[in-house]
Structure formats: structure tokens, C-alpha cells
Design a protein around this ligand. Structure first.
Ligand code: ADP
Ligand code: MG
Length: 593
């Protein structure tokens, strides 16, 4: 980072006082963090970290950065001594981790520190030993270019704080987490980490995907999608977990701003928003996102730990993250894995799948050709097909067919899954989850455009509600109506259902309202947005179920509709809709390769 070797200066008081100050060292991990950041600021490409007893006994960090002159080495431990800024304005264009000149002073105040350092301008290095701020040894020493630090017996002079430290394994974990984050952000830097003589990490200079794999293992690296979006001013790169790979903890979520790990509730929120309806309560996606931004556009001097950076919803950064995540999820592998393309043009092989057959017993047949063609394409259905045939002759047909499902040979197994051959393997589709996804998106759209699809019931239903339920229905009446229910109260607790959404299957009309209401209450209790809870509930209750036998044409239209959804790969609850086996995988299993 800051590889030009400006001399260290003591920041004048009027500058120092403007910079957010704070406790830098509160546990061994914070020492590791500060020293690693200094090494990176010094342009190191190789860093070795050795700790003993969770860092309580020893933290040793060796880098091959630019090192310090004797003069700078002596200054470095003074408060507000920094080579990184000299005026408050410099903060605006800051591209180093450090700037407050506090870390070494704070470390030296609470531990026994030994430092050896040499620049390329000198043949001999400087050795300093400092204990509780006082320099106890100062000499010349033979050393490599770079800086060597040993921090021993942290809090030796403040027993109360020492007592506050946790077990060695807990402190180790904190240190490991810090190193993991920094190593992820600097994949080209070589890191070695040894704890109590055991080699924990040995990371060569790597590409980001290699580093991801080395740090988190294959399961993670095979279950992420690459994100890349932005312009010259801001960009975001990195990886987000596939919607089918959720974790039970939030610990594997990283956002870096110009390679600095940051914490921003709002940016996390932007990522979650991007996953929208795919996340169940208590499941978390993996993500490692690298935002790069012109530093003049953000305030880095917000919190002493230098990690809290603020972006709000109407900020461009927020919106960029949200859109990058959405785009990645809807366009990424998610769809290519399913092996179907989204738009009609890319779907020339419907093999005569004309607007759907009358035998369909989920009732939307009159509707769905319109619904599932993207906006107002209905009239053009014929031309679209013609157009696509035109393109088909332009592109080689084989290429066009790649990965496409063969809608001719669909098979239903156990009245639960649909088996579908694709040009490069087979795809298994969970019929309930697929239909749930279709209905969810359809009703979401209808809801937003306020154009409910309702069917009048020949015999209106009278339902007796508890007064609590009656209150809820009353309060949510408009939302129920936007979904396609037609409701009227007769007295306080008697509800008359005069109409229901069109997608309710034959035979389910009389139960659907109750089922939706009961499930809706459950969903609401986990506190999601009422509108979303209602649509999710309805999609679940109205969808074909496991056990429902399907005709071939029904399967065909189900797949066609699924291919038109935004996110065909996951159901609204976050479970997978499709499972793909490639020919290659099959060949492997049959011992053919
Ligand atoms: P800051 O990083 O905020 O400037 P520090 O107290 O962490 O403050 O470091 C003080 C100064 O010591 C830095 O500005 C830098 O010039 C020098 N320094 C610290 N660590 C190293 C290192 N590993 N290699 C070279 N110089 C260093
Ligand atoms: Mg520093």
C-alpha cells in the first residue's frame, strides 16, 4: 500500500485531535491486526505470524516490507507518529490502513516489544527493545530488509486487563479470524501462520479463487457465484454463496472496502435484500465482497477500530451491492445449472408446446400463457416463435440446444419429482417447489401491479373466525384482496369468502382461505413483511403437492413456466427446486471415465 518511504512525523495536536481516537489494543488479536496492517502498508509480499498461547505469551510478525530507518524506528513508538499522513486533508485520499500513528505506541504501552528493522538504504538494521513505553535497548543489528516484531506478555503491566483475556483457544480463534480476513483481502501476499509450533496456514501468493479455496475449503469454493459489477468510481467484485448453500452462522460474511475489512449493517442488509425471498430465518449466505471506491467518497475516520463505515440505503454503494447480488443470483450459474434459459427467444424447442391444454387441473390455464410471457408478449406469441426460429438458423442448432431440457420425454417419479433429460445430462425437478416458485413470482407481480386474478365462487363460503383472527383479517383485508380473495365481513367475526385467487386448484376452494390464514400467522410470527408472508404462504398452499399425479403436458407447462421465473433454482423458502446430474458425472459413476 503505502510503499513510498516518507519519514515518520509526529502529528501536530490540531491534526491528532480531529482523528477519532480510541483503544487500539484490547486483546492479542488486535495486536496481530495492527501489526499485519502495518506490514501491508509497508508493501510486504511475505508475512509470517507466530503465536504462543493464543498470543498471550508471544506474537511474532516478520515482514519483507520497506522497513524503517533508525530515526524512524525510534519515532514509530511515539503517539501520533506516522509516516502516512501529515495533515487532516491527507485523510481524504488515504490508501493505507494506518494513519493515526497510535498502534505501536499502544502496543508498547501494554507489552514487551522487540523490533528489528532495516531498509534497503542501509546495510545494518536497528534493534529496539521497549517495555512499558521505555526504550530498554537500542543497538545496531544484522537483519533482512523488512521488519521483525516480537510482542511478549501482553498486559504484563496491567494485571486486571490480563485477567480479562479468554482462554488460549478463544484468543487463538480471534487471531485466526483476523488473519483469515486479511489473507482473503490480500491473496497475492504469502502468509504463514504458526501457533504453538503448529503450522496453521501456509498460503503461497495466490489468485482470489485459489485463496478462497485454501481458506474455506472446496465446499465453499464450489458453492459460490462470482460477482462483478461497477464503473471507474465504484466497483464490487467477489463471491456470494449459491442460494442452495446456506450456513447456520453469520461468521462467513465479509465486506472489504479498498481491501480493508469493514462492518456495515446497511451493506449487509443490501446483500440480504439481494437474496430476497431465498433466505429462511436462521440461514445465512456466504459472501466475500470487495468494494473499491474512490476514498474521497467515504469517511474512513469513523470509528477507532477503523471498521465501521457508513453507507445508507439511498447511497450508490448500497444500490450497487443490491443490484450486483440480484444480478448474480438471477443470471449466474443458478440458471445455467437448471439448463433452461429464461426468455422465450432462447427457448425454441418447445416442441409444439402451444398454449396449454385444457386438461390441466391446476386452473390457471386460461391465464398462464399471458402471465408467463414477459410483459405484453401475449399477442406476439406466434411471432416470437418465428423470430426464434430465425435466430436458430443463424446460430448453430447444436449450440442452441446445449443444456436445454427435452420436454418430450418428461417422467414423473413417485408423484413428486420430474425427470428431465437435457442435452448434457439430466435434471430432477421438485414439482411442489417448482410450482411454489412460479406462483410466488406470479403473485408478487400481480400484487405489485395491483391486478388480482380472482375467481368468483359459485357458493360463497362462510367462515367463523376467532376475534383475534378477525382482527388480523380485517387489518390485512386489502392484502388478501390484492392476492385475489374477495372478502366480506358479516358482523364482527363472520367472514364471507366470495372469491378466491384463480390458481387455487379444483377441490381446494373451500379450504384455501383457512390454510393460508393459519400459515400466514406462523410466517408473520417470524416477522417478515406481511405482504411477503402472505404471498409466500399462498404460493405454498396453492402449489401442486408431493403426491399429485401430473400429465405430461402439465409437466411441460410447469417447466416452461419455471424457466420464465427470475430465480428458477430455489423455492421461496430457500430450498432447491432442481438438481442436475451432468453426463460427465453419470459417466464417472458408471466408471466410463
Ligand atoms: P500508523 O500505522 O497509523 O501510521 P503505527 O503506530 O501503526 O501508526 O505505526 C507508526 C509508523 O511506524 C508507521 O506510520 C510506519 O511508518 C512505521 N511502521 C510501523 N510498522 C511498520 C512496518 N512493519 N514496516 C515499516 N514501517 C512500519
Ligand atoms: Mg498502523
Amino acid at each position: 500500500m503505502n510503499t513510498n518511504s516518507s519519514p515518520i512525523q509526529i502529528l501536530p495536536d490540531h491534526v491528532a485531535s480531529k482523528i477519532a481516537a480510541g483503544e487500539v489494543v484490547n486483546r492479542p488479536a488486535s495486536v496481530v491486526k495492527e501489526l499485519l496492517e502495518n506490514s501491508l502498508d509497508a508493501g510486504a509480499t511475505e508475512i509470517e505470524i507466530i503465536i504462543k498461547e493464543g498470543g498471550k505469551l508471544l506474537i511474532q510478525i516478520v515482514d519483507n516490507g520497506i522497513g524503517m530507518s533508525e530515526e524512524d524506528a525510534l519515532l514509530a513508538f511515539q503517539r501520533h507518529a506516522t509516516s502516512k499522513i501529515s495533515s487532516f486533508e491527507d485523510l481524504e485520499s488515504l490508501n493505507s490502513f494506518g494513519f493515526r500513528g497510535e498502534a505501536l505506541a499502544s502496543v508498547a504501552a501494554v507489552a514487551q516489544v522487540e523490533m528489528r528493522t532495516r531498509t534497503n538504504k542501509s546495510d545494518v538494521g536497528t534493534l529496539l527493545k521497549i517495555e512499558g513505553v521505555k526504550i530498554s535497548e537500542h543497538s545496531k543489528v544484522a537483519s533482512e530488509i523488512g521488519t521483525w516484531f516480537a510482542v511478549r506478555n501482553i498486559f504484563f503491566n496491567t494485571p486486571a486487563r490480563k485477567n480479562f483475556l479468554k482462554s488460549n483457544s478463544t484468543e487463538f480463534r480471534h487471531i485466526f479470524n483476523i488473519i483469515q480476513k486479511i489473507a482473503l483481502a490480500f491473496s497475492s501476499v504469502k502468509f504463514i501462520f504458526i501457533s504453538d509450533d503448529e503450522e496453521i496456514l501456509n498460503l503461497p501468493s495466490q489468485t482470489l479463487p485459489e485463496r478462497l479455496n485454501a481458506l474455506f475449503g472446496e465446499t465453499v469454493s464450489q458453492n459460490v457465484l462470482a460477482v462483478s459489477e461497477g464503473n471507474e468510481i465504484i466497483s464490487v467484485e467477489g463471491f456470494i454463496g449459491k442460494p442452495t448453500y446456506f450456513r447456520k452462522t453469520q461468521s462467513e460474511q465479509f465486506i472489504f472496502l479498498n481491501n480493508r475489512i469493514i462492518q456495515s449493517k446497511n451493506l449487509n442488509h443490501a446483500v440480504f435484500q439481494g437474496y430476497e425471498n431465498m433466505l429462511e430465518k436462521g440461514s445465512f449466505p456466504f459472501f466475500a465482497l470487495f468494494i473499491n471506491i474512490d476514498m474521497r467518497k467515504v469517511d474512513v475516520n469513523v470509528h477507532p477500530s477503523k471498521m465501521e463505515v457508513k453507507f445508507d440505503d439511498d447511497n450508490g454503494v448500497y444500490r450497487m451491492i443490491l443490484s450486483a447480488v440480484r444480478k448474480t443470483l438471477s443470471e449466474g450459474e443458478v440458471i445455467s445449472e437448471l439448463g433452461i434459459t429464461k426468455n422465450l427467444e432462447g427457448f425454441p424447442n418447445l416442441r409444439g408446446l402451444t398454449p396449454p391444454p385444457q386438461q390441466l387441473h391446476f386452473q390457471q390455464q386460461q391465464k398462464f400463457p399471458t402471465e408467463f410471457l414477459s410483459s405484453n408478449k401475449q399477442e406476439n406469441f406466434g411471432t416470437e416463435i418465428l423470430d426464434s426460429q430465425k435466430t436458430e438458423t443463424e446460430i448453430s442448432p447444436a449450440k442452441n440446444l446445449e443444456g436445454f431440457p427435452d420436454l418430450r420425454g418428461l417422467t414423473q417419479i413417485h408423484n413428486q419429482y420430474i425427470l428431465c433429460a437435457t442435452s448434457d445430462g439430466i435434471t430432477i425437478i421438485d414439482q411442489h417447489a417448482a410450482h411454489e416458485r412460479i406462483l410466488y413470482e406470479k403473485y408478487f407481480r400481480l400484487f405489485e401491479t395491483n391486478s388480482p386474478l380472482s375467481q368468483q365462487l359459485l357458493f360463497p363460503l362462510t367462515i367463523e373466525l376467532t376475534s383475534a383472527d378477525a382482527m388480523l383479517v380485517n387489518e390485512q383485508k386489502m392484502n388478501f384482496e390484492k392476492l385475489g380473495f374477495q372478502l366480506k365481513f358479516f358482523g364482527k367475526t363472520t367472514l364471507i369468502v366470495e372469491g378466491i385467487p384463480t390458481d387455487v386448484r379444483v377441490g381446494k376452494e373451500s379450504n384455501i382461505f383457512r390454510e393460508v390464514l393459519d400459515k400466514f400467522k406462523e410466517e408473520l410470527s417470524v416477522k417478515i413483511d406481511a405482504r411477503e408472508a402472505l404471498i409466500k404462504t399462498f404460493a405454498c398452499k396453492a402449489a401442486i403437492k408431493k403426491g399429485d399425479a401430473l400429465l405430461e403436458q402439465e409437466m411441460q407447462s410447469l417447466l416452461t413456466q419455471l424457466s420464465q421465473t427470475q430465480i428458477p433454482h430455489v423455492c421461496p423458502h430457500g430450498r432447491p427446486v432442481t438438481l442436475k446430474l451432468t453426463l460427465h458425472e453419470l459417466d464417472k459413476k458408471f466408471g466410463r471415465v
